[in-house]
Design a protein around this ligand. Structure first.
Ligand code: MN
Length: 231
């Protein structure tokens, strides 16, 4: 293939205990998937179907990498999340079959320009500027299903400079991983390398330069993100 300029590098995420990496295709994110978080965002947790937004694949950041305080925000937030990694393509996947499409799981941090997100929400505009900016998806090493199974419960916790800000159990997801995969796949074909950030528990809040943000999930280890000065 001849390109008029160099093709961009394939974004990838690491695999725990392995040198091979996972090429990232798309990053899907679930909005408001824990009841207490829905309430803190001023919404009733309900049985409305889940809604999704996306981040670009090249927004991925690894654990240990510093994330500079992003532009155009004065309210930069963390969001601890369980990340599902799709390993097998499918569409119209049934809930019963959905877990067979999962390659593994990781710890994630859905970094958010909250002021831009809420402004967009109020005006009925897209969320991209609040959610899909550069370096907005911290994704830890992916743990294969063959090692960790399918975590449906376990503590998910986030600290800033050692203070616990979010602490919940994965069992508190309003929409479970099998439900999310099934619903998503009835709308878009899922392909290997698709990541699904499954939503954050209550307790979201701001990060400022100099902070160290750590997210951990029982059985999946932790990720660490230092926040750097605005560039
Ligand atoms: Mn989120």
């Amino acid at each position: 293939m001849n390109y008029v300029f160099s093709a961009p590098e394939q974004p990838t995420v690491s695999v725990a205990g392995h040198n091979a990496r996972i090429p990232v295709r798309r990053i899907f994110c679930v909005g408001r998937n824990y009841a207490e978080h829905a309430r803190e965002m001023g919404k009733d947790p309900d049985r409305d179907p889940p809604f999704f937004f996306t981040k670009p694949a090249d927004a991925v950041v690894e654990t240990g990498e510093t994330v500079a305080y992003p532009p155009e925000t004065e309210n930069f937030h963390y969001e601890a999340e369980l990340v599902v990694v799709i390993g097998e393509a499918g569409k119209n996947i049934s809930e019963d079959d959905s877990l067979s499409h999962v390659w593994g799981y990781a710890v994630g941090n859905d970094l958010t320009r909250r002021d831009l997100q809420l402004d967009a929400r109020e005006k009925g505009r897209p969320w991209d500027w609040g959610k899909a900016f550069d370096r907005s998806a911290v994704i830890g090493p992916v743990h294969p299903v063959s090692k960790v199974g399918h975590p449906a419960s376990g503590t998910i916790q986030l600290t800033v400079n050692g203070d616990i800000k979010q602490s919940a159990d994965l069992a508190g997801l309003i929409w479970s991983v099998p439900e999310i995969i099934s619903i998503l796949s009835h709308s878009m074909e899922l392909r290997p390398g698709d990541l699904i950030m499954t939503g954050t528990p209550a307790g979201v809040g701001p990060l400022v330069p100099g902070d160290i943000c750590i997210v951990s999930i029982e059985g999946l280890s932790h990720i660490e993100t230092p926040i750097g000065p605005r560039e």
